[in-house]
Design a binder for this molecule. Structure first.
Ligand SMILES: [Fe+2]
Length: 209
């Protein structure tokens, strides 16, 4: 019998940084309530259940397990929890904290790399629209080459999500928009431009410059 007692820290659901109706009319109060309290919370709980299982495996209490399935389940849920943590911070009330154009270093980088915000917006919108199925579109900073990079992520699966220097991202799972936009996902993508929090994006970029 092993005497090893692992102490694996658990994930927590951080508080939403604003009220459920803060992003209206672009993202409805009902969506925010469900998205945060059911979906995000579900990923946190799922990640912690995966950690419980891993602890039991370490202790020798689960003999018959499939490591590939255990790891996949942990990665799915923990990445889901982490991506949503960023997502809420990355949004803000339209007209005050959300929308408009980025300034600062991010604005300079966008001008240098894309020739202006309008071109950037057009290209990034096309990338968001290109994702099929459930997933995320992420813009991160590639530090060694000093440039912004777009990527699309199916479900929640991407390697090194913990250290990925995310600048902005959009949740494109149906649970993020279906209640309000039904099958018109492009309208949800267009609406997102009114609630993206460029101050938060700038802070994220500055951490990696
Ligand atoms: Fe989500």
């Amino acid at each position: 019998m092993s005497t090893f007692k692992p102490e694996l820290k658990k994930y927590e659901l951080p508080p939403l940084p604003y009220n459920y109706d803060a992003l209206e009319p672009y993202i409805s109060k009902d969506i925010m309530d469900l998205h945060y309290n059911v979906h995000h919370k579900g990923y946190v709980n799922g990640a912690n259940a995966a950690i419980d299982k891993i602890e039991k495996i370490f202790k020798g209490e689960v003999k018959d397990h499939d490591w590939a399935g255990v790891v996949r389940n942990f990665v799915f849920n923990s990445n889901g929890a982490r991506l949503h943590n960023v997502f809420w911070q990355n949004l803000g009330s339209p007209g005050s904290k959300g929308g408009g154009k980025p300034g600062g270093k991010l604005g300079d980088l966008i001008d240098k790399q894309f020739g202006g915000f309008d071109k950037f917006k057009q290209v990034y919108t096309d990338v968001m629209r290109s994702l099929t199925g459930s997933g995320w579109t992420i813009m991160y900073y590639e530090k060694d080459l000093g440039r912004l990079v777009f990527t699309t992520v199916e479900n929640h699966f991407i390697n090194h999500i913990v250290d990925l220097p995310i600048v902005i991202l959009l949740d494109q799972w149906e649970h993020a928009y279906y209640l309000q936009y039904k099958t018109n996902r492009n309208a949800y993508i267009d609406a997102w431009w009114n609630v993206v929090n460029w101050d938060d994006a700038e802070k994220r970029l500055q951490k990696h410059l």
